[in-house]
Design a protein around this ligand. Structure first.
Ligand SMILES: Nc1nc2c(ncn2[C@@H]2O[C@H](COP(=O)(O)OP(=O)(O)OP(=O)(O)O)[C@@H](O)[C@H]2O)c(=O)[nH]1
Ligand SMILES: [Mg+2]
Length: 347
């Protein structure tokens, strides 16, 4: 899962990136101000810890989330650098949109809604550019007698209509998720978590006049959280109490992101490896098998499934089996969060 960090200059993107990747992040590359930076973080999961203890595997693999912070030259609003910024965000599964809600001497009082809308409009405009380019291509092709894009044409027209009215494509979920449009990687169709970046003393969400649907919101105090991410456990303890922080910003972003992207995890276990597999909620066992290995998907016979809670309650796979809690499921079985799956397949 890859998440792109977007937002206006000075919103706190770099600060949030540091807060997210300082504590559990590895391999953050790129210099802080100039370059695009990528880091991945581990998705901690107590269920994996439990399974590791039970199976004592050679390897334990947690899910990972990648964060992408594209470079954006502050104040540079020429189309070229913005285009590059958004092209990088296009490669992501979801967007973390950082909105400034702290007062800064350089920028004056915060105005979240106006700032939010500015970025929203940039995305809409960028998508509209993509749609118009493609429509023109189809039009030119048809003039030359080449039939192309007949299936996408009506969809693209719907997109154009929405975007021209300043509406994000995510507001029409059936369009936003249509597989035919996937290749266009529309920005305004991507799931978005709006991250309101508050000053240190403020924990509340700002009021918002316009109703916004299909968005998730959360409040962070990025600077505070960045400082926290760099502290030792002991130092952090005092800090956490003083500022009433119950869960790290990283864990909160992960939780919200899983919700926003409709992700769940299933597990594979064994003496070699205990591993978490993040998948989209609602996919069948056959498709989930493809995440593990394409051979397993091709040679799928059955999925042997036990719910994590059942395994934990029974204490061992054998005991769960004896209790009739291990099921043999077919290709169509819809994988649930916390399923432990042993695929039977032949190649
Ligand atoms: N008080 C306060 N200041 C913050 C917070 N987050 C960021 N800042 C400050 O705001 C300034 C801008 O933060 P950055 O993280 O560099 O913002 P950015 O979005 O990366 O900005 P550009 O890279 O220039 O687009 C810095 O001086 C930060 O220290 C916050 O939560 N509270
Ligand atoms: Mg920055």
């Amino acid at each position: 899962m890859k998440l792109g960090i977007a937002g206006l200059p000075l919103a706190g993107k770099t600060t949030l990136f540091a807060a997210l990747t300082g504590a559990r992040g590895d391999n953050a590359v790129g210099s802080p101000q100039k370059d695009t930076r990528i880091a991945s973080t581990t998705v901690l999961d107590e269920r994996i810890d439990f399974l590791e203890n039970m199976y004592q595997p050679k390897k334990t693999i947690y899910a990972k989330i990648e964060y992408l912070l594209p470079s954006r030259i502050p104040g540079a609003s020429d189309g070229k650098s913005d285009g590059e910024f958004w092209n990088q965000i296009r490669t992501c599964d979801g967007i973390l949109h950082v909105v400034r809600n702290f007062e800064d001497p350089g920028t004056g009082p915060a105005n979240c809604e106006v700032d939010f809308q500015q970025i929203e409009d940039e995305m809409i405009l960028s998508d509209l550019g993509v749609v118009e380019k493609r429509l023109e291509r189809i039009y030119l092709d048809s003039k030359r007698g080449r039939k192309q894009g007949e299936i996408e044409l009506p969809l693209l027209k719907s997109c154009q209509e929405m975007l021209e009215q300043g509406e994000a494509l995510r507001n029409a979920p059936e369009i936003a998720t249509d597989p035919i449009l996937k290749g266009f990687t529309f920005l305004s169709a991507k799931p978005m978590l709006v991250i309101i970046n508050n000053g240190d003393e403020d924990e509340t969400l700002p009021s918002w006049t316009k109703m916004l649907e299909n968005l998730s919101f959360m409040v962070v105090r990025a600077k505070l959280e960045m400082d926290l991410a760099a502290m030792t456990m002991e130092e952090a303890q005092e800090f956490l109490e003083a500022y009433n922080i119950r869960e790290s910003v990283l864990d909160r972003v992960i939780r919200h992101s899983y919700g926003m992207l409709n992700r769940i995890s299933f597990f594979t276990v064994g003496s070699d490896e205990v591993r978490a597999w993040p998948i989209t909620n609602g996919i069948p066992a056959l498709q989930a098998a493809g995440e593990v290995h394409s051979d397993i998907q091709k040679g799928f016979i059955r999925a042997e499934v036990v719910a994590f809670d059942d395994l934990k309650a029974e204490g061992s796979f054998q005991a769960a089996k004896k209790a009739g809690l291990v099921r043999l499921e077919g290709k169509e079985y819809v994988v649930k969060d916390g399923d432990i799956i042993n695929y039977r397949f032949n190649v």
